[in-house]
Unconditional design. Sequence first.
Length: 434
Amino acid sequence: MPLDDRPTATDMSDLRASPIDLLVTGIGQLCTLDRSGSSDAGPRRGADLGDLGLVADAALAVRDGRVVAYGPGEDFTGLDADTTYDAAGKCVLPGLVDPHTHAVYGRTRQDEYERRLRGETYLEIAAAGGGIHASVRDLRDRDEDELVELALPRLGEALAHGTTTIEIKSGYGLSPKDEIKMLRAARRAAETVGLRAVLTCLAAHEIPLDYRDRREVYIDLVCEEILPRVKQEGLADRLDVFCEPSVFDLAETERILTRGLELGLRATVHADELESFGGAILAARLGAGSADHLIRIDREGIEALAASDTVAVLLPGTVFTLGLRDYAPAREMIEAGVVVALATDYNPGSSPISSLPLVMAIACTQMRLSPAEALTAATVNAAHALGLGDEAGSLAPGRRADFLVLDVDDYRLVPYHAGRNPVAGVFRDGELVT
Ligand code: NIG
Ligand code: FE
C-alpha cells in the first residue's frame, strides 16, 4: 500500500499553547490505524482492514498519557516537549491488543504436547482427565501469591512482544473460591507488569469432575453464585462459555450468557471450534462482544456475524500448536464483512504462545491475511472485541498513548520474520515501560 501523508489530526496552535509531555520524532513509518476523520471510525470490515493510516517521516505528540497529534515530522519542529524520543527512522505501531488468553495457570503441559504428537487428540486427552482438568487440579493446589509469581514472567514476555492490552480469563478454578483467586491473581499480575487488562470469568470452561453426574447443579452455581460475586466484587468485566457439544451445549450456553448479561457483564463465547454447532449464531443473537476460535464456522454463522457487531476473534496459534490442518476461514469472513480480530489464546494446553507477532505470522501464511490485515486484526479490531475501541488499538488523538517502536522500518517485517521479536520499545500511557 502506498504511504499517504495525512494531515495532522489536531490544530497545531493548540499543540503550541501548552507544553506536551512526550514528542516522538524521526518515525520512518507511523501506522496510526486512525480513521477518526472518516464516517466509519468503528471496527474495520472488508477492504478497510487493509487501511493502516500510514504516515511517512512522522512525529507523534503525547500529553497526559494520550495522543494529542501526529503528522509529518516537519510540522512538529521547534515544539516544546518535556521529553523527546528519537525513533531513528523505524516503524511505530499502536500497542498490540490480545483479546483472548488464559495466561494465569500453574504448571505447563508439555506431557500432553508430546502425547498429541504421538497421535492422541485434544478430546481424548481431556476425556482421560487431562487437558483443562489437569490445569484445574494444579491451580486449586496453589495460592494467589504463587499464581501471581508464575504469571509475571509470562505476562512480561507478552509485553516484550508488543502486547499492551491483554484479556485474561479465569476457568482453571471451576469453584467460587478458585475462580475468584484466579481473577485476583490475574489483576495483580497484569498491574505489576504494566499491562492494561480486561478480565473475563470463564467459570463455564468445563464441568468440574465432581459435578459430572449433576451438571445442572454446577450451572446453577455459576449462574447464582460465581457470576453475581464476580460482578459485585468487580473481579471481571466479561463472561465466557466454552460452547461445544462435549462441554456446554447451546441451551446451557444461552442460559449462562443471559445470566451474565443480566448482571451487566459483557459476553464472549468459545464457539464452533471443534464442531459447527451454532455458537457464533448464538453469540451474534445475544449481542456478544466476540465469538472466538470459529475453525468450524459454517456459512450461516459467517452471515450472522457479518450482520452483527460481534467480533470474530481468530486463534491460529491454537491450530498450529495442536497440529491441525484446518484454520478458521478468515478470507471468507473478511469478504463477507465480518469484523475479524486475532488473539494468542495463550494457555498451557492448546496454545503456549504469548507472542502476537508470531500469531500474525501464522495468520498470514496459513489464513492468507495480508500483513496490513493482520495488524488491523491485532490492534483496532481486537480493541473493539474488548469494548475498548475508543481507548486502545489506534493512535488517534484522544486515544491512550500505547505504542511500540520497532527495530525495523516496515510493518510487513513483523509477520515476515516469524518467530523474531521486532519490538525495541514499548510505551504505555506515554511512558516507556520496556
Ligand atoms: O481456548 N477451548 C478451550 N479452552 C482453551 C484450552 C485450554 C486448555 O487446554 O487448558 C482454548 O483452547
Ligand atoms: Fe480459549
